[in-house]
Design a binder for this molecule. Sequence first.
Ligand code: G6P
Length: 468
Amino acid sequence: YDAEQPPPVQAEILVASNRGPVTYSLGEDGELTARRGGGGLVSGLSAIGPDADALWVCSALGEGDREAVRRGVGEPGVRMLDIDADTHADAYNGISNSVLWFVHHLLYQTPLEPVFDAEFRRQWAAYETYNRAFAQALAESAAPAATVLVQDYHLCLVPGMLRELRPDLRIGHFSHTPWAPVDYFRLLPDDIAEQLLRGVLGADRAAFLTRRWADAFTQCALSVLGEEALDGKRIGVHGLGADADFLRERAHRDDVAERLTALREQVGGSGRRTIVRVDRTELSKNIVRGLLAYEHLLRTRPEWRERVVHIAFAYPSRQDLAVYREYTQEVQRVADDINATYGTPSWTPVVLHVKDDFARSLAAYRLADVALVNPIRDGMNLVAKEIPVVSDEGCALVLSREAGAYEELGEDAVVVNPYDVVGTTDALHEALSMEPGERAERTKRLAAAATALPPARWFLDQLEALRA
Ligand code: G6P
C-alpha cells in the first residue's frame, strides 16, 4: 500500500473490509466522482455516531479509487489502501472469489474443479501480501487497546497477522458468507486450510451470521487444527436484519414511484401476478434453476400463462472473472428462451434487467406478489428480509432452506431445496395461489422477524461482545 500517505489517525474502533463505503470513478475530464455504497456495514457503523473515533480501512478497487488515493482525495474516517493492482487482482479475483467463495458456497463442479496448482500457489502468495498490507495499516492506525472488526473471507489472515504486530488490540473477525462443511473445506490443501483457520483464530472472537455457519467453522477448526486451537477463543453469532426505517422511507421516494409505474407497464395485463427476484448475478444465487422452475410452471400449469410475470433483476458482479461472466450470459439465454417459447404480443413472461438500479429494485419489492430467493447457499440473504418489509400488498416468500435467513424466516416462507427444480415449481404455484388473508398474515410475521436485528444492533452487539 501507499506509504506516502499522511500518517493516519489513532482510532479507537477500526473496521477492515475489501470493499469500502465509497468508490470513485474517473471521468474523461479527469474529474473524480464519489459514489457511496449501502449495506449492513455502512448503516451498522453509522450507529456509533459521527463523534466516535472510528476508521474504516478498505481497498482501492479500481482506477478511480487508485487515483483518489494518489491525489489524497478521501472521506473522513476512511483509509483506502492502494495495494498493487496485480496483487489485488490475484487476492480478490483469484483466491477470494474463485477459491474461497467457491469452497464456502459449495460451487465446485467435478471432474475439473478444484485444481490447486502452481498458479493457485502464486495467487495465494498475493493473498498473503494483500492481508499483510491490511494488518500493517490497521496496526499503524489503531490507538492502544483499540477494537478492530475484520470482515469476511478476503481478510482471513488479518487477525493472526495483526495479533503479532499489536498484541494489545481486541480483534474480531466476522464472516458474511456461510462457512463450508468440514469435508468440503478439506478440499483445500492442508497447509492452506490450516493458515486460514489460524488466521481467523488470531482474533479474540470469530463471528458468523447463523449458528449453522459458526458450528461448521468450529468443526473445521477441530478437524484441521485440533481442540487446543480453540482454547480461549470465542465463537459468536450475530444475525443481520433489514433496516426497516431506511427501506420504508427510501421505497416511497419519487424515483421509486416513477420506476414502479414503468414496471407496471412492463408487467401489463390487469391483475397479473409477479414473481420477483433481485440478485447479484453470481453462481450461488441459483438464478438459472429459478428460471427453469418458472419455465416448468408455465409448461405444466398452463393456467398461469398470461397471468404471471417473472421480474428478475440480475445485476452483474465480479465481471473480471470468466465464470461469473458466463453465468450472466446463461441467465440471459435461459430468460430469452422462455420469452421466445411462451411470450405473446401482450405478455412477456420474464422481465430481466441486468443494469444495477437500487430504486428500481425497491419498486419491484413493492410490486412483488411472490419473492423468489433460492440460493444454493447464502450467508444470510437480505433480499429475503427486505421484500416483506417493502411490499405494498404483502408477498409470499419462496425461500431456500440453505440461506442463512431460513433460520429466522423459515416458518412463514414456502421452503425449497434449491437443487430441486420441480419442487421449486410446486413452491411457486403454492405461493402464487396463497389466499390473500394468509399472505397478509405471513408477510406481517416475516417483516417482524426480518427487522428484529437492525444493522445498528448487529454492529453494536459485536462491539460489546468483543469488549466484554
Ligand atoms: C458478499 C460478500 C461481501 C461482498 C459482496 C459483494 O456479500 O460477503 O464481502 O462485498 O458479496 O461482492 P463484491 O465482490 O462486489 O464486493
